[in-house]
Design a binder for this molecule. Sequence first.
Ligand SMILES: Nc1nc2c(ncn2[C@@H]2O[C@H](COP(=O)(O)OP(=O)(O)O)[C@@H](O)[C@H]2O)c(=O)[nH]1
Ligand SMILES: [Mg+2]
Length: 305
Amino acid sequence: MNIFKKFKLGLSKSSKNLSLGINNLIFKREIDQNILDEVEDFLIQSDVGIEVASELKKKFSKVKVDPKTENIENILKLFSDYIIETLKPLEKSLENLKKNKPSVILIAGVNGVGKTTTVGKLGKILAKENKKIIFSAADTFRAAAVNQLDIWAKKINAEIIKANEGTDPASVAYKSLQYANQNKLDYLLIDTAGRLQNKKNLMDEFKKIVNVLKKIDSSTPHEIFLILDATTGQNAINQVEEFKKISNITGIIMTKLDGTAKGGILLAIGKKFKIPIIALGMGEKEDDLQIFNAQNYAEAMIASN
Ligand SMILES: Nc1nc2c(ncn2[C@@H]2O[C@H](COP(=O)(O)OP(=O)(O)O)[C@@H](O)[C@H]2O)c(=O)[nH]1
Ligand SMILES: [Mg+2]
């Protein structure tokens, strides 16, 4: 299956929901205030956010639909053009990261969003062109988390620095950066814990990791990618707000877009925070992460099958 097909398939629940919804509400009807309000409500329920919903409502209000001749593609094109306009500026190339050796990427996010899986999948993408990858298992909260990352390291042929359960995560991160420096590795990806029940500890721990990395090299971490789970809907907004308070998030990776009909959350996040969108997670396997491209996302969001 080619990449775009897979991408479309991953987003098919969301695109079906949104295109069918818009279709049912607008197509072959006269667009009046009632219909526009319905469209707006529907978009809000689809998690695109209030701002996006109201801007789209404005765009739809300007369509002159002639029920006899208009086809739905033209209406959906308004939607996809809007997506591109909103999200294209948030594309971010990872090319710049090649300047550093190692490039240090710290992974943030609450429990279960897909951090460890994303480290594995992102590692695979970065390992192209014979780049040397090392993972840092700085989620020392559970032994299982370390094992999970270990399996990914074997799968993609990366090195890994790990420690026993309960070890200070910051010390694991510190050792990892030292090792990556000494061995001239290309990318260091640091996995972290994300237990929500203990927010203050979690945030303190995260800050400490950043601080110890800076002791070795004040330019690190070069990137802090926040992982968000698309299926959590509006909660993802709160998570961005929390992590923004304690760190400089340089990119967002949204996972589990294959498992939700509310993939519009990406629009809400993009519109609200204007943080670069790095990649989208479309499944649990090693090739199921795709570097973000606004055009592809927009096209997939209006594809009806
Ligand atoms: N369907 C789907 N599942 C995912 C995706 N990313 C991660 N997962 C699954 O989500 C669960 C939690 O992932 P994990 O990486 O352990 O989350 P962490 O607690 O943030 O490290 C696992 O079962 C993963 O396989 C994705 O893009 N799509
Ligand atoms: Mg994990």
